[in-house]
Design a protein around this ligand. Sequence first.
Ligand code: ADP
Ligand code: MG
Length: 691
Amino acid sequence: MEFDIEGMDCSSCAKSIEKHFRALPWVSHIEVHFASGKMRIAHGGTLEGVLKEIRLLGYQAALSSRTKVGNKKSSVWKNNLMLLSGFFLLWGWISSFFPSTAAYATMLYAVSMVIGGWKPARSAYYAVKNRSLDMNALMVGAAIGAVVIGEWLEGAVVVWLFALGNWLQNRTMERTRNSIRELMDLAPGEAWVKTEQGLVRKPVEKVQVGQVIVIKPGEKIPLDGRVTTGTTSVNQAPITGESIPVDKAVGDEVYAGSVNEEGSIEVEVTRLVQDTALAKIIHLVEEAQEKQAPTQSFMDRFARVYTPIVFGTSVLLTLIPPLLGAGEWKEWLYRGLELLVIACPCALVISTPVAIVSAIGNAAKNGVLIKGGTYLEMAGKLKAIAFDKTGTLTEGKPRVAQIIVPDTDEEKVLSIARTIEEHSRHPIAQAIIEEADRRGIASLGGADHKTLVGKGAQAAVDQRVYYAGNEKLFEEKNVPLDAWKKHLETLQSMGHTPVLVGTDEEILGLIAVSDVIRETSKDTIRRLKQDGIQSVMLTGDQEGTARKIASDAGLDQYHAELLPEEKVQAVKNLQQQGWKVGMVGDGMNDAPALATADLGIAMGGVGTDTAMETADVVLMADNLEQLPFTIRLSRKALTIIKQNIVFSVLVKLAALALIFPNWLTLWIAVMSDTGAALLVILNSMRLLRMR
Ligand code: ADP
Ligand code: MG
């Protein structure tokens, strides 16, 4: 079961909740994530039972719902408590100035503390019971201590500031967490379904795969499906981040959450509401946000050692000097309490996760799925990006541009080529089959189909083996190529890929295939260059073709005629220069290179589930448009994380330094702590707004 928890202001609260549930016999699994505000639990109890425990701990919980945002009632309630507590505090403070009412002041402070502090006190009680020291425990300890030494005003201010800080932190954290919920609200909850009785409006949960839905111009698409009637142009920006609307005709896929801009279309539903690409994105983003980045797990380990040490030190600080006769015990207790408050490493602990959640949330809204903090950090460190050529830099939809045949006729060469290519999944094969279809040339049947990776393919027709592929393939077979050299060179210098068709004795003909560079690729490469990133093309295609494409696309380097394992080596060579290397590919024959790269990037994620699941970073659109944004966002996230860490450490050190000259007061200590945490959150939220 999954719950949204409200009221956690620091990751130590998440740890306390985990500990509490872990101790319960009927709970078999529990994880609580501060940054996403989620609790996942496996248990043998009742829903009411779980909710009760959470309330007991001083937090609010609601079952996570995939569709609508939960009620906002609880924060209003908290808000009122805080105002009421503040009101009594102020009243007490004013009355302390008048001799006639001064006696009431203490009482009013006490009321203020009870109102503002009963919730943290309850959380603190359970935290201590489970042997953990969280924020609540430290703050409540400080407030009680203040009362013990007779500083009622100070105690009340501590409680109130803590409540105020929590409230502000909660509100800002909710804004961050909501970035995902906004994604959930993208798709409408109802659809017009075509039935025998005409069009019926149904909730999307009730629509089955295979049913036909109607989407009018201007409407949002409610479910994933395939267009069966009509043509239109669809704005997919909400899920893919693409800047230009995409034309859709019969047979094309449309995705839930995108907007139908022009024509009315009928769509056959292909996925249930919980399986749409959008649902998958949301799920993967949530998972990603909960994965810890290296810095983050370091911070958590650090906090685990740091907090008990400071706690111990503050106890010693309270006890030892007075025992040695160095001053009043009151004075040292006060210092001990201050140290206790400073001991909260809250800002430091949340410095990384909040930034990561914000960045991953923003990326998701711009059509980029970053699969975890680790990958976000890596993307910010990249120095070079390797691109597969076919389908990545180019459209990946090659077309036959020209057929050159000296003695035989075009039809024969094309029919042989078609026969060979029918068993290949290479885009080139697709182009040849399409051309044959267009001219009405049928397959010859054939037998013994083989794919020759990085070279071509072969098949037997009438007991004779025929090949289709590049120069390398025929050179290996010692087929004389001299007569073809000139053709090969001119075609390559035009950026075409020549496919030779022949036997192991002679070449029968040549089919030139061309694949255009995507406009978006050129733009992407240019912007990456501005950001100081080397763009490198890796391709199995021939040198001449590669050179032309590389110069057209504005690449820094290219490596041609690579077999899949040589692509791996090319990536390693880049890494040997001390660079962190990313690789963008289709995963078809470059999977090993993708795995070798420090960061594997897939594109066209919205259409292919495997890409979405295996890559580290997924560009939802079928182009590279959002890549420079991803890099800039990741770099900014790294900067912000650094700022957060430096800032929170400095604040702690400053507060620590103020203890001894006796300049620090408890309420300044509290304010420095919650204030620092708040500033860290606000600083991280800048990542939500970056475009
Ligand atoms: P890339 O994806 O970079 O183009 P590949 O390893 O897929 O690299 O292909 C390398 C080269 O091998 C292609 O450019 C083409 O010349 C040749 N080739 C591969 N498969 C085929 C095929 N099915 N038919 C014809 N040529 C092929
Ligand atoms: Mg390829």
